[in-house]
Every structure is written in C-alpha cells, then in structure tokens.
Design a binder for this molecule. Structure first.
Ligand SMILES: Cc1ncc(COP(=O)(O)O)c(C=O)c1O
Length: 387
C-alpha cells in the first residue's frame, strides 16, 4: 500500500476507494487492472519482476483487494479466497490441529455449521455450541488447553443475535484461544471487530462487500502479522484463492460500500416499522429495535444496524412459505447483501443443512435482505405479500 493512497489516517470511504489501489504505474489507469494471468516472466531463474511468480501464490488484482480489506478492517493482513467457506476452511486448518476444539455459535450460517460438523470433524476437529449473546456460556463451553478458536457471527444469520465482541475477546484470550468474528452481515463499514479485540475477521465477500450478487468470494483479515503470515502460507498451500476477475468485482464493490450500507440501513428501518405494526407478524428480529436483547451492545459496537431483517409469521411454516412465494419485488432466493431485495425461508433454504442440529431454525421464520430500491416500493410489496 503506498502511503498516499492507503494512509490509515484517511476515513473509511477514502480507504475503500484508494487503499491498495494507486494508479497503475505503467499506464496511469485509475482502477487496478484485471491481471488475468497465471504466470510471470522471470529475468533469470528466480529473478522476479515486482515479486510475482505464479497467480495462486500472488496476483496484483488480488493483492489490491487484500490490501484494501486489511485497511478497512484495521488488520495487519487481508487474504481473498474463492468463497466464504473456502476462507473458513483455510482458517480452521491453518490454526487448528486434529484433536483441538472450537466453540461455534448456536446461531450461524448453515454452511459454517456443515463445514465444522461434516468436514473438519472427520479430520479430527472437535466442536461444541454456545449462545453468542452470553459470554459466560461461551466461557463454560471452552475446554481449557484444547479450545483454539471461539467463533461468532454478529449479527447472526438468520436470527440477528448480537455478540458482545469486546467481552468475548476477553473470554477467549483468558483461555488462550483466538476470537474469530464472521463480519459478513455487518460489513466493515458498520462494524470493525479487530478494533474491539477480535483476532480474526471472516467475510463472505459474496454479500455486502461485492454488493451486486455477481461474485462469490471470501476473505480473512488477521490482526496479528504472524497469524496473517501463517494464513497466507495456507492460502497458497491449499489453493482456494480468489481469481483475478472475482477479486476485481469485490474491489469495485468495496468502493461504494459506505453509501450502499447507509441506504440498506435506511430501507431496513422502514421495513422494520411496517413489520412491527403488522397483525400477521408475531415478532421482528432487528438489532436496531430497542426491545432487541442485544440492542445496547449493537448500539455500542455498530455504526448502524444493517440491512438484514428476520420475522416470524402467524400461522407457522405454511404461512411463512406463502409470504416468501407472494412477493414480487423481493426476489425469492438465497444469499444476501446485494443491491436488490431478497426474501427466503431459512428453515427450507439457507439453513436446511442445520435441520435436526442445535442450530435448527424456527419454521415460521422469514429472512429479508433489504436492498437499496425505493423504500415505498419495498413496503408496498411486503404489504401485499402479507395480505
Ligand atoms: C454469515 C455467512 N458466513 C459465511 C458464508 C459462506 O460464504 P460463501 O457462500 O461465500 O461461501 C455465508 C453464506 O451465505 C454467510 O451468510
């Protein structure tokens, strides 16, 4: 990162546009080019121009994204992967050994649960579950000497629970473990876990970072340079890297993250007002609501409360499925964080892999990813779908 373009004193919006992205030295292009290349000419054996040898190990477009992510999350090292789960897999296998243990949240993305339970467990990783909203329950779930990672999401997917990141960092560190925060729902604009004491941040950059539902990607950001180096070794050794075009799309998404997040939050607040007053909605889950049990913590550690809203529908699963199928503007689909609004039924869709586990979600639950369309149109669509 050049000092002029990535000066840490710059504000978030400035770093999002410039960190890791000085004008291209050979052409002056103001946007980092897509270096769609696998290998690089060497000037004599081992004589690398600009340090590049082979694109699994390093690629200039991916480097630009990685530097920008590190700057936005206040980390020592950012690393970009082919998907959020590829980032998670690399993290688990870089930092844990067979026989070690992780504490995972009682509410988490179903794919994270599946990765830990169905893949990493076969490799020898042990796990148990703790409620992220309760630091003392997390402390009780830790196995002294064996627990390597405490893993949380905040807000959680799909129940929008809130973890007190600073309190959990203390709990993890007292037990000699590292705190990992999946910051996908908040994005670095709304919340910076490393500044609150966490050791590692995980992102599905598929979501708010990319922001346009046109790329699948993941990222890790480490607070400590040595941990960052270990992860970088595994990124190269395991090979699940972000390709140049995908890295470029995520980088382009980052440039508008701040303005998009403000609009996501505005629209989510309008949607929450409508849902909270609707007779067919039995409960609304949104950390911005004063009655949300994590509201005070969220208000302390987040800039605003985000674009994700979940709610329970009167009449159980059938009624919830009906609402999901009746919207016209909210598209029925998995994923989140794009400019367009999405609706889904977590129990049957994103979290189907958690059925029968401690992470199973209620069947009357509907999850919204509130986009940046006109809020008037979004409210009209939800009103007609709820009937
Ligand atoms: C909170 C969270 N973390 C991680 C992931 C996994 O990311 P990806 O789908 O990019 O592998 C997801 C995907 O939905 C997610 O919602």
């Amino acid at each position: 990162m050049t000092e002029r373009h990535g000066d840490p004193a710059y504000g978030f919006e400035t770093l999002a546009i410039h960190a890791g992205q000085p004008p291209d030295p050979s052409t002056g292009a103001v946007v980092p080019p897509i270096y769609q290349v696998s290998t690089y000419k060497q000037d004599g054996v081992g004589g690398l121009r600009g340090g590049y040898e082979y694109s699994r190990s390093a690629n200039p477009t991916r480097d630009a994204l990685q530097e920008c992510l590190a700057a936005l999350e206040n980390g020592a090292r950012g690393l970009a992967f082919a998907s959020g789960l590829a980032a998670e897999d690399t993290l688990l296998r870089a930092l844990c050994a067979p026989g070690e243990h992780v504490v995972i949240p009682d509410d988490a993305y179903g794919g994270t649960y599946r990765l830990v339970d169905k893949v990493a467990r076969r490799w020898g990783l042990e796990w148990n579950v703790a409620p992220v909203a309760d630091p003392e329950a997390v402390r009780a779930a830790i196995r002294p000497g064996q627990t390597r990672l405490v893993w949380v999401e905040s807000p959680t997917n799909p129940l929008l629970g809130i973890a007190d990141i600073a309190a959990l960092a203390t709990v993890a560190h007292q037990a000699g473990a590292l705190l990992v925060v999946d910051n996908t729902f908040a994005s670095p604009y709304l919340q910076q876990p490393l500044a609150l004491g966490a050791d590692l941040v995980v992102h599905s950059t598929t979501k708010y970072v990319g922001g346009h539902s046109d790329v699948v990607g993941g990222a890790l950001v480490a607070a400590d340079p040595e941990v960052g180096e270990l992860l970088a070794f595994h990124q190269n050794a395991m090979g699940a890297v972000a390709g140049p075009f995908d890295a470029w799309l995520a980088l382009r998404g980052l440039k508008t993250l701040a303005v998009r997040m403000e609009r996501h939050c505005d629209n989510a607040e309008a949607v929450v007002d409508l849902l909270a007053a609707h007779p067919r909605v039995t409960a609304v889950r949104y950390p911005g609501l004063p009655e949300h049990p994590g509201h005070a913590v969220a208000a302390r550690q987040m800039r605003r409360f985000g674009g994700m809203v979940s709610f329970h529908v009167e009449g159980g699963e059938q009624a919830a499925l009906q609402v999901c199928e009746r919207t016209r503007l909210f598209t029925l689909g998995e994923s989140l964080g794009g400019v367009e609004s999405l609706i889904e039924h977590p129990g049957r869709m994103t979290h189907a892999s958690a059925a029968g586990s401690p992470l199973q979600v209620p069947d009357d639950l509907v999850r919204l990813s509130v986009g940046i369309e006109s809020s008037r149109d979004l409210l009209a669509d939800l009103s007609q779908a709820l009937g």
